[in-house]
Design a protein around this ligand. Structure first.
Ligand code: TYD
Length: 253
């Protein structure tokens, strides 16, 4: 079989050239990193779960009219997506205080915010993805004012969708991060949701018990990350109950 061309290897995904121009294959790895890759592990099955969950959210967004880069899932670990020009910002939406915001502002984790708060971090691992303001974004030309209006609108629509879907299965959407890509259709350009949406980039708390069902389980050593992600996937009906994402074919004698 012909070797595929690797375009980029990130912390949790590898990108390969797609079959048609303008397409990319996203391969979801089992690698988990936290604290800017200071903490690392391989968590068997994580890539499969994130591939399926990201497909579920991206398809849902497409169905309610929010444009995304998702084309189709190819297999357990890969999906075909549109190639985009990534805007160099991590777009974070918060409904409850947690993580860096709770620390920065001295607010107890879990405090409900008066309204969803959108923050921007510069995508730069060397700098540790620093928080930036719209002034920085405009002055350094990372995105235009029109882009920022579109990004805010996309981020809030994704938030309403995700928060609603999660609420329906007894999960509170504390916060999440998305990335936005630019695509060109002839003379026109527009912004669409890109990258992935998975428990790697969200904070999800069980409403009944407060149990964490996201990457904080790994960051804070709270138990099995695959159990947590599998719980999210089974509640959403993405994985059949009792299935294991890393199950290997069994030899039959
Ligand atoms: P935040 O609390 O700012 O950072 P940390 O995860 O380091 O405590 O993160 C807010 C949400 O955005 C959280 O669900 C994790 C997600 N996020 C990412 O997935 N990648 C990133 O690079 C950043 C900055 C945030």
């Amino acid at each position: 079989m012909a070797r595929r061309k690797k375009i980029y290897e990130g912390k949790a995904k590898t990108l390969y050239e797609g079959p048609e121009p303008g397409t990319i294959i996203q391969y979801f790895k089992d690698d988990a990193t936290a604290f800017n890759a200071e903490k690392k592990a391989v968590i068997e099955g994580k890539g499969v779960l994130n591939n399926m969950l990201s497909e579920y959210f991206m398809v849902g967004l497409t169905n309610i009219g929010v444009p995304t880069h998702f084309i189709k899932r190819l297999n357990m670990r890969e999906q075909l997506v549109r190639a985009v020009e990534i805007i160099p910002l991590e777009v974070i939406v918060r409904n409850y205080a947690a993580g860096t915001m709770a620390k920065r502002l001295g607010i107890d984790e879990g405090t409900q915010l008066p309204r969803p708060i959108v923050e921007y971090c510069l995508k730069d691992d060397k700098l540790g993805d620093p928080l930036v303001t719209e002034e920085h974004i405009a002055a350094f030309g990372w995105a235009s004012q029109q882009d920022m209006d579109d990004i805010l609108s996309l981020a809030l629509r994704v938030n309403d969708f995700l928060a609603g879907v999660m609420y329906g299965v007894g999960i509170k959407l504390i916060d999440f991060k998305i990335e936005i890509g630019r695509v060109y259709d002839g003379d026109f350009q527009r912004l669409i949701v890109a990258d992935e949406i998975s428990p790697d980039s969200c904070r999800l708390w069980d409403i009944a018990t407060g149990r964490k069902l996201d990457k904080d389980v790994f960051r804070r050593d709270l138990g099995s990350l695959t159990d947590a992600y599998t719980e999210v996937a089974t509640r959403l009906g993405v994985m059949p109950k009792g299935s294991t994402p890393m199950a290997r074919p069994k030899l039959i004698n």
